[in-house]
Ligand binder design. Sequence first.
Ligand SMILES: Cc1cc2nc3c(=O)[nH]c(=O)nc-3n(C[C@H](O)[C@H](O)[C@H](O)COP(=O)(O)OP(=O)(O)OC[C@H]3O[C@@H](n4cnc5c(N)ncnc54)[C@H](O)[C@@H]3O)c2cc1C
Length: 389
Amino acid sequence: MNLDFSPAEKRFREEVRGWLAENVPHEHRPADGAEMRDFDLAWQRRQYEAGWAGIAWPTEYGGRGLSTIQQLIWYEEYARAGAPYVGVNFVGLLHGGPTLIANGDETQKNDHLARILKGDEVWCQGFSEPGAGSDLASLRTRAVIEGDELVINGQKIWTSFAQWADYQELLVRTDPEAPKHKGISWVICDMKTPGVRVRPIKTMAGNYEYCEVFYDDVHVPLANIVGGINNGWRVAMSTLSFERGTGFMAEQVALATELEALITLAGERTDVRGRKMIADDEIARKLAMLRAEVAALQSMTYAGISLNERRGTPGAEASILRLYHGLLTQRLYKLSLSVLGADALERSDPESGWTGPYLYSFSRTIGGGTAEIQRNIIAERVLGLPRRS
Ligand SMILES: Cc1cc2nc3c(=O)[nH]c(=O)nc-3n(C[C@H](O)[C@H](O)[C@H](O)COP(=O)(O)OP(=O)(O)OC[C@H]3O[C@@H](n4cnc5c(N)ncnc54)[C@H](O)[C@@H]3O)c2cc1C
């Protein structure tokens, strides 16, 4: 077994590092509003124009056609260079686009994939509903066929960046008589269609990341159904496998950089007696433990990627990474508050500093499937324990 990167991968890393050093924007990323969308799209466009968008996407859809390992190298260098969060491009790049690549027809792929990579269109995800989160298959948003269109009525919730999105990956119930996993369709919904109404929700971090989305007689062409009518559950599982499998790779890799920044902070800050925080045995022990666990996360990420390379798609083990990453992130940011002491109460914006990310870290064991759901998947599909009745 060779655990080292190949000479070609090392050369690729040098090339990535050089480009990022010259091109990472140094302006502050706005945490909300139309300026945030503009910033995220401009940065995406810059990456596309230089040939760095869609590193592992097929070349016929504007990607580079490289390996997932090269994608990982990109993320490692991206975190090291302090490059901005993917932001409003998350859904399009990390699960909407990959779902179209795996399940879309040629028209759907040609209409959207290159535009996502170029930063010309933003996607959001309309899966969760007030009565269907963990139990996604209970969704009730209805779509009825009229001629060559679907007419959609219902409501979604927790739709990240819906107010900035051009398109949505939308799950609707197209056959209410069928067993609940069988009567669902995965639809491309243009967010500007009459009858779509978006109402932003303020988060406890102070920004408006999520929204409620209401559908009132929304007409969508049948041609926008991906993977066939009533076949949406299979397509949705493909979306979730990308979201849980590779969607958070960048953030898993970035955790190492965040931890090193916390260690530096603990070496700079002093307690009321003037002693460095890192000289506190309890804080030093927790930082050391986190460093060991972040190294374990990194090894597990590598192992997951090499398994995906051999198998083609992410598998259920991705839930182990997702859960472990979520719990580690929460512990890291909780510890940052002990290092900051009362200064943690002074916070600037939801995404910079430590307190905003601390508040956001609670969502790490909810979004994309809660910790309990990940544990159920690990128990049943990875360990093969008996299923719940
Ligand atoms: C940051 C963030 C971004 C999000 N973005 C989007 C988005 O863009 N689009 C979208 O569609 N959704 C989005 N969501 C919603 C997310 O997918 C749901 O919140 C999540 O699936 C949980 O559903 P719920 O909130 O309805 O909780 P519920 O499903 O009601 O769960 C409540 C509690 O019960 C537990 N529970 C439920 N079922 C079981 C079970 N079978 N076994 C054990 N425990 C169980 C859960 O773990 C949880 O603790 C986002 C959420 C967050 C936090």
